[in-house]
Ligand binder design. Structure first.
Ligand code: GLC
Length: 427
């Protein structure tokens, strides 16, 4: 593999590679065996980063196969359903989303109708830089990436200030985050049977299903989202990933022989809007567009704007202090907890309300590197490796003792560990 790995890192590398090999379907990687039998949008981007270190040709196939599900509007849906998997394997399945009834959805492949953090341009650029064989791949992908970003800018800037709004907690990738508790209260829960297993809180799950039903029945139209949809939230993680990917898209454009200018301008708009709308003086927080209020919960999402290369130095310092404080990494052996451990809503065992995840650690690690916060980056790399050594490639982990929770053999946990180990070569 051409890397200098230390101690047991070769064994960790090989175990991670085995997880990715086992979860490969031939054209894509399932997030985990059993629980998640389809292709998820941001999972695929994370997975491609690991495949780039392990089997680069599969990394290209992974990203291209995700774009089979892209809508004519440019939407890259958060789930591309695998044909041949039973409709009951995951709820809500294709029969609930009914993408086939939407004129803009692709034919011959069924999808959801929501977005997820748009990490694909960043992943494609890193993949191309890592393998050096980029032109044909990027030339093929660039128009699709550009359409994905154009859709978000055109149809999902609901408030009109330059940020994308989430219209469903599932779009955040951190679906049960306490940041969504307040805006979800505005959603009427219908009586609907939720057959998933992730949320112990049926009322929350019913609201999730209700939001999808409303969007679906309105044809996933931008006018409905703007005028009537009850859940509209600007999230720092989603928008920071969008910003990092927009910078990457400008570079992809150059490599593909296209004009990077419009992407550079878009990045400037997102940078300004994040500071204007989501920075509260101490932390980045989500904004509820319907009430025009910042949401109090301080979560790991608030550190992801470190991905912005132009973040002012004073803000970088504040974020590093908060991250290292007893509210986050300072009081947990296995940082970064999803939520401020001193807050009343912190729950060390509940999905996205406390546990540490490899993907959010990776995003904050990359942000720390962006600002030369080497001690923070090393802390995150080291603690992430300790987690998987101790508990394997689990979906998430108890931030105090590192116990694994959720699925085993979770693809992005394995993939991003490969990227973390592989990054040693470049530093
Ligand atoms: C869960 C996670 C989401 C992820 C999906 C598939 O729903 O919250 O971020 O994309 O599983 O792994």
């Amino acid at each position: 593999m051409g890397l200098r790995l230390m101690g047991d890192e070769t064994a960790v590398w090989e175990a991670a590679a085995r997880v990715l090999d086992a979860n490969w379907t031939g054209t894509a990687t399932v997030p985990a065996p059993g629980l998640y039998p389809h292709q998820w949008s941001w999972d695929s981007a994370f997975v491609s980063l690991g495949l780039a270190r392990h089997r680069p040709e599969r990394a290209c196939i992974e990203l291209l196969s995700l774009f089979r599900g892209q809508w004519a509007t440019g939407l890259v849906p958060h789930i591309v359903f695998s044909s041949g998997v039973s409709g009951n394997a995951f709820f809500p399945g294709p029969e609930f989303w009914r993408s086939g009834a939407q004129p803009d959805a692709p034919r011959g492949v069924e999808t959801s109708g929501l977005a997820q953090p748009p990490l694909q341009a960043l992943a494609a650029l890193r993949l191309a830089q890592g393998t050096g064989e980029h032109r044909a791949f990027l030339t093929r992908l660039y128009p699709r990436l550009a359409a994905q970003h154009a859709y978000l800018e055109r149809e999902r800037d609901v408030a009109g200030f330059g940020l994308v709004s989430l219209c469903h907690p599932w779009e955040s990738g951190l679906e049960n985050s306490p940041a969504w508790d307040r805006p979800l209260q505005a959603v009427d829960p219908p009586r609907s049977p939720f057959s998933g297993t992730q949320s112990p809180d049926g009322a929350v799950a019913d609201r999730h299903v209700s939001l999808v039903r409303s969007m679906r029945d309105a044809g996933y139209r931008a006018e409905y989202l703007r005028d009537d949809h009850p859940f509209v939230v600007e999230d720092p993680l989603f928008n920071a990933v969008l910003l990092a990917s927009t910078h990457a898209l400008a570079e992809v454009a150059e490599l593909a022989g296209a004009d990077p200018g419009p992407h550079r301008e878009a990045a400037q708009r997102i940078h300004g809007a994040m500071l204007d709308r989501l920075w509260d003086g101490g932390c980045f927080r989500a904004r509820d567009v319907r009430t025009d209020e910042l949401i109090p919960a301080a979560t790991v999402a608030g550190f992801v704007p470190l991905l912005d290369p132009e973040l002012p130095a004073a803000i970088v310092r504040s974020l590093a202090e908060l991250l290292l404080s007893a509210r986050f990494a300072g009081a947990t052996g296995y940082p970064v907890p999803t939520c401020d451990v001193q807050s009343a809503v912190f729950d060390r065992g509940a999905y996205w309300r406390g546990p540490t995840w490899v993907n959010t650690n990776w995003l904050v690690w990359l942000g720390a590197l962006t600002h030369h916060l080497d001690a923070v980056a090393d802390l995150l790399l080291g603690s992430t490796l300790r987690l998987v050594r101790q508990s394997g490639f689990r979906e998430c982990f108890d931030p105090f003792d590192g116990t694994g929770c959720g699925s085993h053999d979770f693809s992005w946990s394995a993939a991003l560990v490969l990227d973390l180990l592989g990054s040693r070569r470049c530093r």
